[in-house]
Ligand binder design. Structure first.
Ligand SMILES: [Zn+2]
Length: 102
């Protein structure tokens, strides 16, 4: 039974409930590969000027413990599970997930 970890210092205050609603699906995608999902950024950190992180509508997830292939698999599974209202992007050192229905 795998679960959810939060990196120390990550600010999850004022995360949009619609973003939180997607978290169980993110956890499930990691768990299917026998890993915890680890949130490495919420409203904290430095992002692009119009980043949805600042609005509590984006989360970053750790991938450094995953092979390239596994990171892509988990990215795809998160994308399929969350549907079109979310953007799921595999960046060089994390998976970025945002609630962006437009
Ligand atoms: Zn991000």
């Amino acid at each position: 039974m795998m679960g959810l970890q939060i990196k120390h210092g990550v600010d999850l205050s004022m995360i949009d409930p619609r973003m939180w609603a997607g978290v169980p699906k993110i956890v499930a995608a990691y768990a299917r590969q026998d890993f915890d999902a680890i949130i490495t950024s919420g409203r904290d950190g430095t992002h692009g000027p119009r980043s949805l992180h600042y609005f509590g509508r984006a989360l970053d997830l750790r991938i450094r413990h995953l092979s390239d292939g596994l990171a892509k698999t988990i990215r795809d599974e998160i994308k399929n599970a969350l549907g079109i209202d979310f953007d799921v992007v595999l960046e060089s050192d994390h998976i970025h997930v945002e609630y962006d229905p437009n």
